[in-house]
Design a protein around this ligand. Sequence first.
Ligand SMILES: [Zn+2]
Length: 446
Amino acid sequence: MNGATVIRNARHWRTGERLDLAFDRGVILASPRQDEARVIDARGLVLAPGLVDLHVHLREPGQSAKETIERGTRAAAVGGFTAVACMPNTEPVLDSAAWIEWVRARAEAAGYCRVHPIGAVTMGQKGEQLTEFGALKSAGAVALSDDGRPIMSASVMRRALEHARHAGLPIVCHEEDLTLRGDGQMNEGWVATRLGLRGIPAAAESVMARRDVELSALTGGRAHIAHLSCAESLDALRDAHARGILVTGETCPHYWTLTEEAVLGYDPHAKMNPPLRTERDRRAVIDAIRDGTIDCLATDHAPHTEDEKRQPFDQAPFGIVGLETALALTITHLVEPGHISLARALELWTESPRRVFGLPDVRLEAGHPADLVLIDPEAAWTVEPTAFQSKGRNTPFAGQRLVGRALATICDGEITHLDAAIEVGGARPGRREAGLERSGSLATPR
Ligand SMILES: [Zn+2]
């Protein structure tokens, strides 16, 4: 694309001030010029740095029936994301530099947003032998995780945190004591009893969260606790912050919107891990977002095929998709009821995750990358899974009326998502090709 692009009549996500912002070759310019090749009329919509999701399962290599890097990053662009970190529980596991490089190359060729791979902590995610953290980092890994599985051995986790500290990478912890979880299918409690399903106690998560807080304190390694779902784990994170321990934590939209009662009726779309908890836990999640205990938000986007999710509840896999509903679930259930401001909500999806993983800063200032999202916080829409860009349609929010939507997403200066409501004018309009424009340089900037 030759020449600059300008976004006119936008509203700054933090200050609310009216804003014109120009960019060229992927970089924000100091001021709009007169020779813009392309003009986007924002009509007073909110302009923010592109959203970042630290917890996404793109399923490649090996599970492309569930999701592909191309479809997953398309879904990310529609959701307003310009960067995602993808989990290594693929087939094979991302436990070598070669596979980290493979994911990055594939994302660069086919991706609609920046993809930051997360390397495995242990070979094959077996929880025994550590991978080569330095080599994974050199290949582009931004964090390490055995997500999908816990690291059951405390001594392995201790050594992992020690090595991760030297490598300068955080370890993303999937907190689940397998001996407590057993073959549980949903949260332990009255709903499980009534449905005749085996339960997973909240303690399966919280005892491991407590353990990893202590191991982080012991080693000085950085632990990032994934998908926090219950009050006791949030207390562990709160205590860690109070003690100055290098632990951060994330939660996901389903934990502030749904409870275990969504499982009544045996809907496999309400089956995820950690499971949906009680109303008390849901309120604790919202409190932890309000009081700053939660460091950032993430989706745990976990696509499965329709055949897999159509099985009986106890046989269906855990997980739901999240990229295309995250922003709206945040605005509808956190901002609209007044729990947090829109600016704070966007901070939790932009600056906060970048800080947690040490990704390059993106601000609406000259010289920063043109990774941007244009948001209509009042747009009402109905969740229609067949319209998802993701291959996964496994969402418990189908048919729900939500508020808030990304109307345009720009990654590295290229339009990666453009709603029909947005007018693009200028010498090179091309709305048709706009949605298909891709940069050849969406590699992890390191
Ligand atoms: Zn997990």
